[in-house]
Design a protein around this ligand. Sequence first.
Ligand code: ZN
Ligand code: FE
Length: 259
Amino acid sequence: MTLVPLPAFADNYIWMLQDGSNAIVVDPGDAQPVFDALARDKLQLAAILVTHHHPDHTGGVAALHAATGAPVFGPARERIPQPFEPLSHGDTAKVLGLRFSVIDVPGHTAGHIAYFLPASAGRAPLLFCGDTLFSGGCGRLFEGTPAQMLASLDALAALPGDTRVCCAHEYTLANLRFARAVEPGNADLTQYSAHCESLRAQGRPTLPSQLATERRINPFLRSREATVLRAVREHAELSADAAEAEVFAALRQWKNDFR
Ligand code: ZN
Ligand code: FE
C-alpha cells in the first residue's frame, strides 16, 4: 500500500492511498489532480473520505462520485455534497478491507472528523486529520471554541507515536517559524525546522509528519508545557491561574497575529 499526497490549489494536499489497482482519496477539493493520478497509475477509485465541509476539501467530491460511483464518507454533522455516508465518533468506514475509525475533532469547524487507520502488516498507523492538526500548528477556530479544539488535539495526541499525520495543508514552515518564537530553546524544534526547510528547498512535502515528532515540536500540543505556558503568559499577560483553555486561546490568538 502506498500513500501519496496530491498537491492541489496553492498549498492543499489530497491524500491518496493506493492498494493494488484501487485507491482511496481524502478531501478532494479539486477533482482534476485525482483524475490525473487515477489515469496515470490505472487505478479505480474505491472511496472518497471527507473530514469537513470547506470547499477546498469538498470541491471535487461531486465530479469524482459522478464519474466513478465511489462511495463518499463524511461528517454526520456537516453539509457536504450528497449522497454520502454520515459518520461520527466511534463509527468505522470500511473500504477495501481497511477499517478507518472516526474521531470527532470539533474546533476548525463544528462537525469536523478525523480518520484513523491502525497499524497493520508492517504499515505504520495513519491519521487523516484535515484542518485540525498541522505539522507545527493547528487549524484556525472558525466554528468551534478553544476548549473544543484543545480537547480534539488531546484526542489526536493520544494516538500511537509512530502514527503518520496526514494534514491537508503544507503550512509547516510558517508554523515552525511561529513555534520557534514560542519555544526558542526547543532543540528538537530547531533541528526539525532545518529538516523541513531542506525538504521544501528540494520541492518535497514535509508531510506526513509523525505524531511523536509533533508532540515534541508543535506548540498547540504543548500548551501545558512550562516553556510554552511561560511564553504565552508573557505575551498575553494572562493571570497565573488562567485555565488551560484560556492559555490555548491566547496561544491561538498569538499565532493569528504573528507575522
Ligand atoms: Zn478547512
Ligand atoms: Fe483547508
